[in-house]
Structure formats: C-alpha cells, structure tokens
Design a protein around this ligand. Structure first.
Ligand code: ARG
Length: 593
C-alpha cells in the first residue's frame, strides 16, 4: 500500500476522534493533544486521559464543569459518531474508557488481508532519515559490538522504511586515521610486490594489523616512518593512496561476507569521505565563535561537559569528532535528512552528546521544548557477554570472528534440525537445499533475535544453547509457530485467496477477540518501536502474538468447525503479521517443519 492507503494506528485513529471531541468540549483551549493509551484496567480496550489535566486548567474559569469526572463525561459525549467505538464509560477522575467495536476490528483485519499489511504501516512525520550503523574499522577486527550495531541498525532501517520514511543506510567505516601510517609502511617492508600479489600477500588482515602494531610499539624508527607516512597519505601521494585503497578493499571484502550472511544492505561513506569537508565546517564554527584554543589544541566547549570537544589535535590533525561534525553538516545540508540516527555502543554516548550540543550551539539544530530539530539520536547498546559474565571472547581470549560465529550458529542449527526431523521420521521429505536454507534462516535468525529481544541498553549474554532452544522466547520457537500456522491452513485444503474475498471474520469467542485486538495493534507497536528506537518492543509484540494465537487455537477448533472460514482467516492474518515482524527484524521465515 502506498502512503495514502494507510489508516494510521488504532491510537492515531482514536486520537483524531478525541481531538474533535476536545475542541468541542473546551472551545477556549485550542490544540490540546489527545492522550490516548491502551487501557490498563478491564473496563475497556483504550482510554483517553485528558480530563484531569484539563480540569486543573479550567477549574475556577468554568461554570459548566464541577469536577474532572464531569469533564470526562463531556469528552465522551462529544465524541463524533464512528464505527470504531462500541461503547464508552467514564471512570474515577474522568478517564474515558473505550470498548472497540468487534465488527470494526474484524473489518480492519479483513481489509489488511485484502489490501496487504502496508495498510497497517504507521504514519510518521519524518520524510528522510540517515541511519549510521555497523561502521567497523578498516584492518581492525569487526567485533560483536559491530554485530549488534549491524543487527539493530538494520531493524531500525527496515521499520522506518516500512513506515514510508526514506532511509539512507550509512556505513561510517573507520577508513582514515593514524593507523594507516604503520599499516602502509609494514606493507611496503614485508610485501614489496604488494601491487601484484595483493590480497594473498597480506593474507589475514587482523594478523597483519597486529604485526604492524607490534613494530610500531617496539621500534622507534618504524614509528617515525609510520608517522611520516600518515602525512604523505593525507598529502595525497599516489603510492600511499594506492596502498591505502588496497588495504581498505581487503577489509571491505571481509565485511561484505558478514553482511551477505545477515542479508544486510548498507552504503559505505567512510570517514575519509567527509575529510574534504572538515576545513570548511571548522571555519564556519570558528566564524561563529565556537572554537577556542586549549593546550595547543582547538576545541569547542559545550554545556554540561567539563572537558571540551577536541576538533583539531595539537599536531594539527583532525580526529573522530571533527569527522563527525563534518558528517553531520553533510547529512543536514547536502542530504537534507530530518532525522539522523547513530547506532553504537553506549560508551560513545558522551561523544555524540557533545557533537549534538556543538551542532546546537552552531545553530544547525533548533531547540524547541528540549527537542532538537532536525532530530538527532544516539542509539546506544550494551555489551555482549560470554557465559563467564565477561566480555565475549574466544577461549584463547581473542576477539570472536563474526564469520566463524555465524557459521557456527548455522551448523548448530542444522544439527538440531536434522535431529528433530529424524525423531519425527520426516528427514526423507527434505532436500539438502531445504535443510541448508532452513538451517541458515534459523541460525542467523536466532543470533539476531537473541540480540533484539532485550532492551538494547542492557548487556546481553551470548549463548548458543539458549538462543537455539525451540521453547521460550526464541526465534526458533517463533519460526516453528509460524510454520505450524501455515500448515494448519495448508491442511484445511481451502484456498485462502478465495476465503479472503468471500469470508467474513467474526470475533465471537473471547479468545478470538483477544487475538483480533492484538493483531490490530501492529501499527502502533511499529510506531512506538520507531519513535523510541527500541526493536525489543516489536519482539515482545511478536512473542505475545504467538501466545495469543496459542490461546485461540487451543480453545477454538478451526478445521471442520462451523466457524471454519472466519477462523482460517484469523490464522492467515496471524501468519501475515508474524511474517512482517520477521521481515522487520531481518529474520527469514520458514514454512516447513
Ligand atoms: N567506527 C566506529 C567504531 O567502531 C563507529 C562509528 C559510528 N559512527 C559515527 N558517525 N561516529 O566504534
């Protein structure tokens, strides 16, 4: 569905009704934002919480109202007529409780089935966003922190894209900096024929990095050469630039293997890309009086921080912060993004806070009620821990290689899958390719889901046994639940496309209503996950959906019952929504178990 076919979330639709009611109730108080929430008590499905706040503003002034409850009564009375609402009631200090019409809920599900899940895409007010994620560093290892950034950033991009936001997925690769001096000199020394031999010569880039770092630390003449090499590279000397390019290329191939396995697309605009913009941006900041001398460096002082943001080092070189200021300038002025989102570990939150504050001082970001516009957000996340509770490492306490980690997830999931199929006597029905594809979907899906289901700010423990368990809140459990629903529909022998056109959904039993109500919350859940940049909100919704489906399926018979058509459509709607959740989480669904 295109942008125009979207109805908006249930909350948004109710908010429209309440907005009309509020302006009819208190015509002298224009532009009151309706406060609509899911109902916490059992009096209704949603509630409107404006009465108390309104009362404290109008009491004394109004003869019409004698207490907050009477304001609530008026809000309920002034609601425009609509198919959405079955009934209202007013509780205590004016909470207006809403019971949704079963018929409307059923129709809304049916409409989604006919026109596609796009009709349930949320409506966001942001046209264009930059999501800066993954962003590993050339020649250094791409570690589990980058895996988290890749997985979280991809999900956020997918959710925003689904919501019709134009997303620029940016890989802010660390491809510039002093480490290249030592890498290049080491390359020249060890592999004089590097231009022809290239990759084979360098072999393992991480080993290569370590070896050159050792020389840099131990050998002062090498260190001096490396420092000069940086200057020659930045001065644009051809041989140095070529060597730099070669090293970047080799790293990039490694990164791409990870992205391929994960099915993640990104566009690289590394630190080097912004380098030409730094002098101009610093000049602008300097003209605005933001830049001061401090200890031989050039710095920007920002509110709330003891130490300033260094933008030119004492040796005259630029750094991470100057690059980020130039990148922010570029994203605002050239790319014209309305929301810029940075996905890194929480350890970098001070850096981003300072960059954002500097941008605000420069007048790039406007401050209204404590919210900056264009929006900038740092999406921080916690550490990945091993079973010992310490930073996740290999047994020999090396950094875990992401390719190996993902391959292990796949091979473990393949073993489990085969075992399961052998036990069920189904292994003969599976081709090798099906096994392979399913093991991939489950293995990579498990790694992603285990990361995404936690609030991103918490540290999470990496544990293959846990994430590959087919019980509990895991990708495996959810993927199987979805496959089971598909098999219910297949085994009914009915043509779902025909059912969609003819059948009517009826929410007769309580379990049917609970399921239906959860289904239609999809749009507002995606909206919340986008606005608060929290993928775990969508995971929680998905897991609850599978639970509500289980409740429905265990108490309502489907195939062969009098309500078969309606119930098969509920099965189909659940499968459609689950698949969309999988898609948004970057997980490939499976259909056969
Ligand atoms: N390369 C950095 C790292 O590995 C992450 C870059 C994040 N993006 C940015 N614009 N600073 O920690």
């Amino acid at each position: 569905a295109k942008g125009g076919d979207r109805d908006g979330s249930v909350k948004q639709q109710l908010s429209k009704l309440f907005k009309a009611s509020l302006s009819a109730t208190v015509p002298d108080e224009p532009n009151i934002e309706p406060l609509v929430e899911v109902c916490t008590a059992k009096f209704g499905d949603y509630q409107c919480n404006n009465a108390m706040g309104l009362w404290s503003r109008i009491k004394g002034k109004s003869k019409e109202f004698k207490n907050p409850n009477s304001v609530g009564q008026a809000i309920a009375r002034n609601l425009p007529p609509s198919d959405i609402i079955e009934s209202t009631s007013v509780a205590g200090p004016g909470f207006v409780n809403i019971v949704l019409s079963d018929k409307w809920v059923a129709q809304s599900i049916q409409k989604m089935l006919l026109s596609g899940i796009g009709t349930w895409a949320p409506i966001l007010s942001v046209p264009k966003a930059v999501v800066d994620f993954s962003s590993p560093n050339i020649a250094k290892e791409m570690h589990v922190g980058h895996l988290r950034s890749t997985v979280i950033g991809d999900t956020l991009s997918r959710m925003l894209e689904f919501s019709n936001v134009e997303v620029l997925r940016r890989n802010h690769v660390g491809d510039w900096g002093t480490q290249f001096g030592m890498l290049i000199e080491h390359l020249f020394d060890k592999f004089p024929n590097w231009e022809e031999a290239g990759e084979q010569a360098i072999g393992d880039l991480q080993e290569f990095y370590k070896a050159s770092k050792r020389r840099f630390d131990d050998d002062s003449t090498f260190m001096e050469r490396a420092q000069k090499a940086v200057v020659r590279l930045q001065g644009g000397e051809a041989r140095y630039r070529d060597a730099w390019k070669k090293i970047c290329e080799i790293s990039r191939k490694e990164f791409d293997l990870v992205y391929q396995r994960l099915g993640v697309h990104l566009e690289e605009k590394g630190e080097s890309f912004y380098n030409p913009y730094i002098p101009g941006v610093l000049e602008e900041l300097s003209n605005k009086g933001l830049i001061e001398e401090s200890d031989g460096a050039r710095v920007i002082f920002v509110e709330g921080h003891q130490i300033p943001l260094i933008v030119v080092k004492r040796d005259g070189g630029y750094n991470y912060a100057s690059t980020d200021l130039a990148a922010l300038w570029y994203r605002l002025n050239i790319e014209k993004a309305n929301w810029i989102i940075y996905v890194t570990d929480v350890g970098q939150s001070q850096h981003f806070d300072m960059v954002f504050s500097a941008a605000r001082r420069a007048g790039w970001l406007l401050d209204s009620n404590g919210n900056l516009y264009p929006k900038v957000s740092h999406v921080g996340f916690g550490l990945v821990l091993g079973s010992d509770g310490k930073r996740f490492r290999t047994r020999s306490s090396e950094v875990v290689r992401l390719i190996e980690l993902l391959d292990e997830a796949k091979s473990r999931s393949k073993t489990e899958l085969k075992k399961r199929l052998e036990e069920n006597g189904k292994i003969a029905d599976w081709t090798d390719e099906e096994l392979e594809k399913t093991a991939e979907a489950i293995g990579y899906g498990a790694v992603k889901y285990a990361d995404l289901k936690n609030n991103r700010l918490t540290n999470y423990t990496f544990n293959f046994d846990q994430m590959l368990n087919d019980k509990g809140n895991t990708a495996v459990y959810l993927l199987y639940a979805h496959a089971r629903i598909c098999s219910i529909i297949r085994k009914s022998g009915k043509d779902v496309e025909e059912l969609k056109k003819m059948g009517n959904i009826v929410l007769g039993e309580p379990d049917e209503r609970i399921l239906g109500l959860h289904l239609i919350k999809f749009a507002e859940v995606v909206e919340e996950a986008c606005t608060n940049l929290l993928p775990n909100v969508l995971c929680e919704y998905l897991y609850n959906l599978s639970e509500k489906f289980t409740g429905f399926y265990s108490r309502c018979s489907v195939v062969g019952s009098a309500e078969e058509t309606s119930r098969l459509l509920l099965c189909e709607a659940t499968a459609v929504v689950m698949r969309k959740c999988f898609y948004l989480l970057g997980i490939t669904p499976v259909y056969k178990i």
